[in-house]
Design a protein around this ligand. Structure first.
Ligand code: GCV
Length: 685
């Protein structure tokens, strides 16, 4: 078939439009060199080749400059840190040099100063936890299927597409300092440890290695019984110990730099050492002993709670504090940021700082299970900054969570931080263009836990959208772009998490989601047959007398798990920060807030302001049209529409539902509901 000339021209024109279409796949890595650089590097390795090529391909400094990559120790450099200057990077390790290269390029692209300085990571291990299942699905994943696993006939065949994707993934992670990846769900399948699956893990590890990323696996505690043919998985049974030793040795033969195991045990129905009357320490130490000869680590999760164990927010502390000091030094207790479960806002878990003779790491959730999935624009760095900078007072004033976990206050042998990944097969990796910022922010905070969310958003916006402004690859950081794109969009990002708190669960309300999907509202949902701590009424306790969870001395006394002065501060509703008020208190609807409003009115104002914020985000975004490619503009625009609609729905659902108990009018300066409660509450509730 021959094409007519006009059709040919049209086809070519369409192709060129397609070629320049911006689907977001390049993430924040869209720099192209604008000048030549001469890179001097005396050593050779796969990692150093990457470092040299990255510099050459992304150099935006003076033309014909020389940059020395110096592999030589220096007292100011810690771990994979580096010494940076405009014409030299010095590091103790090859990875330090690669990280230095990415930092130098980032500063060039974002117009930041390049002074002579040491840059060292806050945490030794900066790990992504993938909740990916062996069939390719992802628990709480909103960006398509797994990049590691799939079903079908060739599920275990490593294809060219796999290799390309894993390389891109590795590069993106290395560029922000991530150096570990747990490749499968914490609700682990025992099959994970079967030889054919381990062969694929090895294939992934081989690709990630030059980028400095070690692989880890989530393992199921009952594996020895389920795939090993043993009668049980008791950690004190010598046969079980032997099984884990042999399995570990098998893994290290395949993957000599294997990182270790992540374990969810005796949690939400998962098996664990308590099934045999043993403790978490018994279980963790058994795995730690198996890994020790190879330098491997156990990341043992503290996310544990029993249906009948009293206030769910207290249970991890109650179980783990008595075990402090009993864990091997290659065990790290992985603690979710809040005491319940990745809610839009929680106070920090009281375990931070309380475990003084045990290594502790924070687990953050990058995937937006409770913050609007990949539909809502939620920039999470402000939440993580709030958490990391929370003062635990465990070692006196200034004992922030950051300092309690990064080795500053607790001289733990291993320091680490984990983030539950939001990555999938979607072309843009994360489902929402702005969700990429959360992957980026996690890496940046893991590298430097004192960065502000503002700094990170600034960097990410410049790297992700500014380069796109230039045809020739030369950044144009014009006043116009800064004023009309960077500033308003950054402000939108910075406000976005609080907006979600406002329209979903303000003033310390939590876990009032619809069941299972955790997306929409469901404050009414509480079937008798469902365990209470999985139902919203357990958390909000709304009745005619008021609303909130009483965690004071007259209630569950969770306040007592916090160190002074927080315990007294939280105990008293007059001193408890408004943002945690209903987390710690059950208060009458007429309770007078610090600003003079009644609690009911304040609740209404908060919900309403969340909706207004979502609407404002639409206005902000619509004005960015001249500054951004059509594809990303319209994708985000569509999602913001849905977010606004959802925000309104959340507000109407919650206010109309709670109004049944408060029996008070919605203040007249609050926009009227546009839904009816009987249309919102499903009949099968
Ligand atoms: C992986 C919550 C989530 C679960 C998750 C669990 C956990 O309950 O809803 O999907 O399971 O946390 O962190 O283990």
């Amino acid at each position: 078939m021959t094409l007519k000339p006009t059709l040919l021209i049209l086809a070519l024109a369409m192709l060129s439009v397609f070629a320049s279409a911006e689907n977001g796949h390049q993430l924040w890595l869209r720099n192209t060199a604008t000048s030549k650089v001469n890179v001097i590097c005396k050593s050779k390795s796969a990692t150093l080749t990457i470092a040299v090529n990255e510099l050459k391909n992304g150099w935006q400094g003076p033309n014909n400059a020389s940059v020395d990559l110096i592999l030589k120790s220096h007292p100011a450099i810690v771990g994979d840190g580096f010494l940076l200057s405009g014409n030299a990077i010095q590091a103790n390790t090859e990875m330090g040099l690669l990280y230095g290269v990415y930092e130098l390029l980032r500063r060039q692209q974002t117009g930041q100063q390049i002074n002579y300085e040491a840059c060292n990571p806050s945490y030794q291990l900066r790990v992504l936890n993938h909740w990916d299942n062996l069939d390719g699905s992802i628990e709480r994943g909103y960006a398509g299927l797994s990049i590691f696993w799939r079903t079908g006939n060739n599920a275990l065949v490593v294809t060219e597409t796999d290799t390309r994707l894993w390389t891109e993934y590795a590069r993106a992670n290395a560029s922000i300092g991530i150096n570990g990846a747990v490749l499968n769900n914490v609700n682990a399948s025992p099959d994970m440890l079967k030889p054919e699956i381990l062969a694929r893990v090895k294939a992934v590890a081989d690709i990630l290695r030059p980028y400095g990323i070690r692989v880890y696996l989530s393992v199921k505690f009952s594996s020895p019984a389920q795939i090993g043919g043993l009668k049980d998985a008791d950690p004190l049974n010598p046969e079980v110990v032997k099984w884990w030793n042999n399995k570990t040795s098998e893994i290290y033969k395949l993957i000599p730099d294997f990182g270790g195991f992540l374990m969810k045990a005796n949690s939400e129905g998962q098996p664990g050492p308590q099934d045999y009357g043993r403790t978490h320490a018994d279980g963790a130490n058994m795995l730690a002993d198996a890994l020790k000869p190879y330098g491997g680590l156990v990341m043992w999760r503290a996310f544990v709670y029993q249906p009948s164990g009293g206030d769910r927010a207290k249970q991890a502390f109650t179980e783990f504090v008595p075990l402090d000091g009993q864990f091997r030094d290659n065990v790290i207790i992985q603690v979710k940021n809040g005491p319940v479960d990745f809610q839009p806002r929680e106070p920090f878990s009281p375990l931070f700082g309380a475990l003084k003779s045990t290594s502790v790491m924070a687990e953050l959730q990058i995937t937006q299970e409770y913050l609007g999935h990949s539909i809502h624009l939620a920039y999470l760095a402000p939440m993580w900054e709030e958490f990391l900078q929370s003062d635990t007072y465990q070692y006196g004033k200034g004992s922030t969570v950051a300092r309690c976990t990064d080795g500053n206050l607790n001289p733990q042998k291993h320091t680490a931080i984990a983030g539950v990944a939001n990555i999938g097969l979607d072309t843009n990796w994360c489902g929402h263009q702005f969700a990429q910022a959360n992957w980026y922010a996690f890496g940046r905070l893991a590298w430097n836990n004192s960065l502000t969310s503002n700094q990170i958003a600034d960097e990410w916006l410049k790297l992700t959208f500014l380069q796109n402004q230039s045809n020739a690859g030369t950044p144009i950081m014009s006043d116009d772009w800064t004023l009309n794109f960077l500033s308003p969009v950054k402000q939108m990002m910075l406000d976005s998490r609080q907006a979600i708190v406002n329209y979903m669960m303000p003033l310390g309300l939590h876990h009032i989601f619809a069941p299972d999907h955790h997306y929409g509202p469901g404050p009414w949902w509480g079937p008798a047959e469902v365990r209470k701590d999985w139902t919203p009424p357990y958390y909000h306790n709304a009745d005619s007398t008021g609303i909130g969870f009483n965690r004071t001395k007259t209630g569950s006394n969770a306040v007592s798990q916090y160190s002074a002065p927080l315990n007294t501060l939280f105990e008293n509703p007059q001193t408890c920060p408004d943002m945690y008020l209903l987390w710690f208190h059950h208060l009458p609807w007429s309770f007078k807030m610090k600003n003079g409003n009644s609690l009911w009115n304040e609740l209404c104002f908060n919900y309403d302001s969340g909706v207004q914020q979502a609407r404002q985000f639409q206005r902000v975004w619509d004005q960015t049209k001249p500054y951004i490619d059509a594809q990303r503009f319209s994708e985000v625009q569509r999602k913001l529409k849905e977010q606004s609609e959802n925000a309104q729905y959340w507000k109407d659902a919650c206010l109309l539902y709670f109004q049944q108990f408060s029996q008070l009018p919605i203040p007249y300066n609050v926009e009227r509901p546009i839904h009816n409660l009987d249309e919102i509450i499903p009949t099968d509730k």
